[in-house]
Design a protein around this ligand. Structure first.
Ligand code: HEC
Ligand code: HEC
Ligand code: HEC
Ligand code: HEC
Ligand code: HEC
Length: 163
């Protein structure tokens, strides 16, 4: 009991730092992809998240790009057999979303990266995680808090009006 309470207390310190009110659960994915393992191989974020024009989304690499390694790497594992089948059929797994905002909110990755934010600012220590969960607050309040700190605009139309 004591351990449970202590760890809840520790988790709340973490959320107070990031602005998250409750720690989100790890998101189940269709394949057991690990950011930690792949980062340890020396792959950078940009290898798989290209921020194609016009720069709004980061995107996720198509499975064909995984097969350069996975034709041989762990080729006998059931998960990689499934991955290979996806690649053959040119159908990407339906990755469950971790960070998602409604389509009526305007957001550009490129503008934020150009203003000096890093992946870690908004997504936490991804390279250290086997399974991702939402660690940083991207609610309206979370966005506005950072805009206040960075003297970016916070009028409603800045994020809500199509421009
Ligand atoms: C640079 C080579 C490389 C690339 C590119 C790569 N992987 Fe991997 N992946 C590996 C290696 C090596 C392992 C085994 C790591 C280990 O077990 O320590 C692995 C492990 C995995 C596993 C776990 C397999 C198991 O059953 O243990 C999955 C799932 C996986 N990769 C999916 C992907 C996906 C999806 C992509 C593309 C988005 C990808 N990989 C791109 C090298 C790569
Ligand atoms: C080998 C390819 C690969 C590399 C390298 C990689 N990612 Fe990913 N990323 C994926 C795949 C596949 C998914 C979907 C599965 C998942 O969420 O675990 C994903 C999902 C994500 C998501 C969640 C997207 C959502 O649904 O909202 C974030 C955030 C992310 N990656 C950030 C990063 C960051 C930051 C780095 C560098 C530290 C990185 N990734 C490196 C392949 C990669
Ligand atoms: C200022 C905050 C912020 C920064 C910095 C940021 N992200 Fe995101 N990221 C978001 C938000 C918000 C979403 C949800 C976007 C949506 O639903 O349209 C998201 C979504 C994603 C996704 C899901 C696919 C997509 O394109 O929507 C991936 C992958 C991702 N981010 C990776 C990264 C990587 C890699 C970096 C660093 C190069 C990064 N992000 C930097 C806030 C950020
Ligand atoms: C890390 C701090 C930070 C976070 C978190 C953040 N922003 Fe921003 N945002 C900025 C800064 C700084 C600018 C000003 C950039 C510039 O002027 O080029 C900006 C600019 C913008 C712009 C104008 C960009 C354009 O293309 O006109 C929009 C829209 C925006 N943010 C929406 C959001 C939304 C929505 C979220 C939450 C999901 C968010 N921001 C989270 C720092 C942040
Ligand atoms: C910095 C960006 C930003 C600014 C400025 C902003 N919003 Fe939002 N707003 C968001 C985001 C992101 C969401 C989606 C939050 C979510 O789904 O978690 C949102 C959601 C909403 C919603 C839907 C809430 C719900 O619970 O469904 C309303 C209504 C709204 N905003 C009104 C406003 C008004 C009014 C203003 C001006 C006072 C404003 N917003 C300013 C980013 C912003």
């Amino acid at each position: 009991m004591r351990i449970v309470i202590l760890s809840l207390w520790a988790a709340c310190i973490v959320c107070a730092q990031t602005g998250l009110k409750s720690p989100a659960a790890p998101v189940e994915q269709p394949l057991p992809f690990s950011h930690k393992k792949h980062s340890e191989l020396g792959l950078t974020c940009k290898t798989c998240h290209k921020n194609a024009d016009p720069g709004e989304s980061m995107g996720i690499a198509a499975v064909s790009s995984c097969m350069g390694c996975h034709k041989t790497a762990a080729a006998e594992s059931p998960a990689i057999k499934r991955l290979a089948r996806h690649a053959e059929m040119k159908s990407d797994p339906v990755w469950a979303r971790v960070y998602l905002i409604p389509s009526y909110v305007f957001f550009s990755h490129r503008r934020h990266l150009e203003s000096g934010a890093t992946c870690q600012t908004c997504h936490g220590p991804v390279a250290a995680q086997d399974q991702l969960r939402r660690e940083i607050d991207i609610s309206m309040g979370g966005c506005m808090e950072c805009h206040v700190k960075n003297r970016a605009r916070n009028d409603c139309n800045y994020c809500h009006e199509p421009r």
